[in-house]
Design a protein around this ligand. Structure first.
Ligand SMILES: [Zn+2]
Length: 308
């Protein structure tokens, strides 16, 4: 029987939330600004307001909600109850029994998960990686996030401390990363890195969308910046392929949706660097769910809870 759950995706700017059916249909979605200035309590209150709005919406539609799933930046305890810490934009977001406190306020089962894992779960249940057991998910945005599915399970590292795919080293150069390391993939291949590089080359401010359209119109500097972007991202993805030999690499984030030329150019870089034996069965594809993947994956936690 079809079930419904609320999926909430906490981002540095927005809290997105949706009512999702167990077959992946979004019947309602909305968002609210993340009240970063109001600290932990402000964010928890914003979750409660968002969840109550979705619960009201569900009852108006005669839909019963099975539970609530939340994707959050940072490390989440293995049992999906507590935020352990490690969220860059949310320094006070640690040792927080989020699932318990929301259950007490909302009276519904709550489960939480790292946001990159929630996106990967969404794509693997409802999107590009359906029926795939081994996949690497890479999201290109302000930073580079990711997740790895091995033999049907998301790999979390010991005590849930994985997977910082954006912080593997791809360059011996001097670009210092917010993580304290140097040469991290996201310092060279994120959309922010692309924007910064374009400014270095031209002196002009432009966002990813403008750089892509300049690239398409043959602008020399945009071509140079995009070529470097693919080269670095290809270097990172080739390393992931050499380690994991996935069936699929799913590339998400606004820029990955720019058009098929994006993945074609990236594939060339990846295949020129990955070990042929590791990449033999790997397909590089674009994510399908866009910015709804996080809510869909988070909501699926509630369906899982119900089954258990
Ligand atoms: Zn780093």
């Amino acid at each position: 029987m079809k079930q419904y759950a609320i999926g909430i995706d906490l981002g540095g700017t927005m809290i997105k939330y949706a009512i999702v059916s167990s077959d992946g249909e979004i019947i309602y979605q909305s968002s609210t600004l993340t009240p970063l200035d109001k600290g932990v309590n402000g964010i928890v209150d914003a979750f409660i307001v968002a969840a109550k709005a979705a619960i009201d919406e569900a009852s108006q539609r005669g839909v019963e909600i099975s539970g609530i799933g939340i994707g959050t930046p940072g490390i989440v305890s293995k049992d999906g109850r507590t935020v352990v810490g490690g969220a860059e934009n949310l320094p006070e977001w640690h040792n927080l029994p989020l699932a318990d406190s929301l259950e007490a306020s909302l009276g519904l089962p709550v489960a939480i998960m790292n946001d990159a894992n929630a996106m990967a779960l969404g794509e693997s249940i409802f999107g590009a990686a359906r029926n795939v057991s081994d996949a690497v998910f890479v999201t290109v945005g302000t930073g580079i996030g990711g997740a790895v599915m091995i033999d049907g399970s998301l790999w979390r590292g010991y005590n849930g401390r994985g997977m910082e795919l954006g912080h593997i080293s791809v360059d011996a150069g001097e670009r210092t990363c917010a993580c304290g390391g140097k040469g991290c993939l996201e310092m060279y291949a994120s959309t922010s890195a692309l924007v910064k590089r374009f400014k270095e080359l031209t002196g002009n401010d432009a966002d990813g969308r403008i750089i892509v359209s300049l690239y398409n119109s043959g602008d020399e500097k945009a071509i140079q910046a995009m070529t470097e972007h693919w080269r670095y991202l290809g270097r990172g993805i080739a390393s992931f392929i050499n380690i994991f030999s996935p069936q699929m690499v799913v590339v998400g984030g606004g820029i990955a949706e720019a058009g098929s030329f994006y993945l074609e150019n990236l594939s060339k870089e990846v295949l020129s660097r990955a070990l042929p034996v590791s990449a033999a069965e790997t397909r590089l594809v674009a994510a399908r769910l866009g910015n709804t993947a996080g809510c869909l994956g988070a909501a699926s936690l509630a369906f899982r809870n119900k089954e258990i």
